[in-house]
Design a binder for this molecule. Structure first.
Ligand code: DC
Length: 230
C-alpha cells in the first residue's frame, strides 16, 4: 500500500482530532493536531500579556516568532502513546484546551505571520507522507495535493454539547451557553478571515457526523483511507 497524506479539516469541536488520531493509529501513520500548534502560540501570547483590552495583539508576537523565540513541536507521551504539543520544549497540552486559550486562539490563527510560520512547519512534517493532519486549511493551503481530504462538520449545538461533556469529564468548569457562543464565534472568525479561511476543498469528501456514532464514522473513514492507499 502506498503512503499518503490524509487531510482532515472542518469546524471546531466536531470530533476531528479523535477520529484523526484513531485513523493514524490504525494505519501506523503520524498524527498531527495543527489546532494544538495554534493554541500553543496563543498560550505564548497570553503568558506574555500580548492581548489588549480592545482585542488587538501586540506586534511583539511577530518579533518573537521572527527572532526564533517561539518553537512549537511535539513529543510522544510514553504513558498515553500520544503526541503532545510543546512550546519551547515544554509540554503544554494541559494548558491549551481550557476556555482562556479557546477564547483567544481565533484572532491569533488569523494573523498571516502566524499562519506562515506554522504552515511551513506542517509542510516539513508531511514530507515523508504517512501522515494524518487535522486542522482547518490542511486540504486547501498546507497540502492541496493530499491524496485524501475529509471535511467534517456537525451542528453548532451538537459540537457545544460534546465539548461541554469533555470538559465536565475532565473535572474542568464549563458552561454550555458559553461554549456554544465560543463555538459560533470561532466558526465565524475561522470562515471569514482573509488568510486561509476555513472552507471545504473542492475535492474533499464531506462527513456530517451530527447523527453518527464514533464507531460508525471510524469504520467509514478507515475504508475510505484504505481505498485511497490502493
Ligand atoms: O482544532 P482546534 O479547535 O484546536 O483549533 C484551534 C483554533 O485554531 C481554531 O480557532 C481554528 C484555528 N486553526 C486554524 O486556523 N488552522 C488550523 N490548521 C488549525 C486550527
Amino acid at each position: 500500500m502506498k503512503k499518503i497524506i490524509i487531510a482532515i479539516d472542518g469546524h471546531s469541536s466536531c470530533g476531528k482530532s479523535t477520529m484523526a488520531k484513531q485513523l493514524a493509529r490504525e494505519l501506523g501513520y503520524i498524527y498531527v493536531d495543527t489546532g494544538a500548534m495554534y493554541r500553543a502560540v496563543t498560550l505564548w501570547a497570553l503568558r506574555h500579556d500580548y492581548f489588549s483590552a480592545d482585542g488587538s495583539i501586540s506586534p511583539r508576537l511577530e518579533e518573537d516568532i521572527d527572532a526564533g523565540r517561539v518553537t512549537i513541536g511535539f513529543i510522544l507521551n510514553v504513558e498515553t502513546g500520544l503526541p503532545e504539543v510543546t512550546l519551547n520544549g515544554e509540554s503544554v497540552e494541559a494548558y491549551i484546551r481550557g476556555i482562556e486559550v479557546s477564547n483567544h486562539v481565533s484572532p491569533v490563527a488569523a494573523l498571516p505571520y502566524v499562519r506562515a510560520f506554522l504552515t511551513r512547519q506542517q509542510q516539513n512534517m508531511g514530507q515523508e507522507k504517512g501522515i494524518v493532519m487535522d486542522g482547518r486549511d490542511i486540504g486547501t493551503a498546507v497540502f492541496p495535493q493530499a491524496e485524501l481530504k475529509v471535511f467534517v462538520t456537525a451542528t453548532a449545538e451538537v459540537r457545544a454539547q460534546r465539548r461541554y461533556d469533555e470538559l465536565v469529564a475532565k473535572g474542568q468548569p464549563a458552561s454550555y451557553e458559553e461554549i456554544l457562543k465560543n463555538v459560533q464565534e470561532r466558526d465565524y472568525i475561522d470562515s471569514h478571515r482573509e488568510v486561509a479561511p476555513l472552507r471545504q476543498a473542492d475535492d474533499a469528501v464531506v462527513l456530517d457526523n451530527s447523527n453518527l456514532t464514533r464507531e460508525e464514522q471510524s469504520a467509514w473513514l478507515l475504508r475510505l483511507a484504505q481505498s485511497r492507499m490502493g
